[in-house]
Design a protein around this ligand. Structure first.
Ligand code: DAS
Length: 363
């Protein structure tokens, strides 16, 4: 065992065992004869990160600890599920790409098609966790639970949040109540829906929030407690099939701000983008410095989606711009990074803006 793994096991197991004692964990609670079969797909991130010492919570190295060490650091997992680990990637999630997403979605669908797999947990960096979660929410072809989990403190830190997050994610993925809820995020004892959750703080363990629409439930005392679910289409009820896709249409995001200029937009158009998401100010407002170029982009056949940098609320169709006349699409409540994901997948099906607009109201 490497020094890192020793540190990892040493640093997290006692803390985690203590926290389980507090949560009233009883090994007998799980009926050993009927444990769910859960596969953990590890992709890297802080949850697999290591720091120079136990007080290092920034400036550590992400994506260092392997999936088996993550599982070994939480021995209680094996009392609530039959767990298998796969190291599908080992990257910090700021480096996640469309290619990673396609590979991950295909692997998830292959595993969930197996009768001996009851659910999947994906350990992932927090920086793009919400994006991967939403991509899977639109491309997983199963009702079985898929739960994403990360950590804001490296595995070597005092009170690392990864172990209890992984434990809760495995319990959630193995629970009947989690079926049909879409891709979920289980962190900080909360259960969030992939469509609406977003990272709201650079360093707090409570960073994943759904500011106005709220969490869908809590993890407490080794069980999920649900209070609502998303009304939007997802997973088995989604129309997108990536099984035969090797790449996704080029879609980029242009960020809106005072004194905006069209240089970045026109560079994307010149590079051949099929779609643009404009992260506009306010309710999707188009400043004089960008509107003509967005109109020109549409005339060249690029699908233009008005989203908002504000982060919450509906971008109203025909509100701040005449979308009917300009043939633009609005993102509804999807933030720009998620609006990009839906537009990429929409463009694998159609370039008809009326059909694409309908997708933003259904997903
Ligand atoms: N760099 C971050 C990432 O991999 C670390 C983390 O928060 O997981 O997303």
């Amino acid at each position: 065992m490497t020094k890192i793994e020793l540190m990892t096991r040493f640093a997290v197991a006692p803390v985690f065992a203590l926290s389980l004692a507090w949560s009233g964990y009883t090994a007998e609670a799980a009926d050993a004869g009927h444990l769910p079969n859960i596969t953990i797909l590890a992709t890297g991130g802080t949850i697999a990160g290591t720091g120079a010492n136990s007080t290092t919570t920034v400036g550590y190295t992400a994506a260092k600890v392997g999936v088996e060490a993550l599982i070994d650091a939480v021995p209680e997992i094996k009392k609530v599920a039959n767990v298998k680990g796969e190291q599908i990637f080992q990257i910090a999630s700021e480096s996640m790409t469309n290619d990673h997403w396609l590979k991950l979605a295909k692997r998830v669908n292959t595993l969930l098609a197996q009768p001996d797999v009851d659910g999947i947990v994906i350990t992932h960096g927090t920086d793009t966790l919400e994006e991967t979660a939403y991509f899977l929410d639109l491309t997983v072809k199963s009702e079985k639970p898929v739960v994403m989990v990360g950590a804001m403190r490296p595995s070597t830190a005092i009170s690392a949040d990864g172990p209890v997050n992984i434990y809760n994610a495995v319990v959630l993925a193995g629970s009947k109540e989690a079926e049909g809820k879409g891709v979920m995020i289980a962190m900080n004892d909360e259960i969030s829906a992939a469509r609406d959750v977003t990272k709201t703080n650079t360093s707090l363990t409570s960073t994943f929030r759904t500011p106005e629409l709220g969490v869908i439930g809590y993890m407490q005392n080794n069980a999920p407690h649900f209070y609502r679910e998303s009304l939007r289409r997802h997973t088995a009820n989604a129309e997108f099939d990536v099984s035969n896709l090797d790449k996704l249409p080029a879609v980029d995001i242009v960020y809106g701000y005072a004194n905006i200029n069209p240089i970045a937009l026109n560079a994307f158009i010149g590079a051949g983008d099929k779609g643009i998401v404009y992260a506009a100010v306010g309710d999707g407002s188009l400043g004089a410095g960008i509107k003509p170029d967005l109109i020109e982009a549409r005339k060249k056949g690029v699908v233009v989606v008005r989203s908002s940098r504000v982060g919450n609320g509906i971008v109203a169709r025909n509100g701040e711009a005449n979308d009917d006349e300009l043939d633009f699409v609005v993102s509804d409540t999807l933030n720009p990074q998620k609006a990009r994901i839906l537009l990429m997948l929409a463009l694998t099906k159609t370039d008809d803006t009326k059909a694409i607009q309908t997708m933003y109201y259904e997903y």
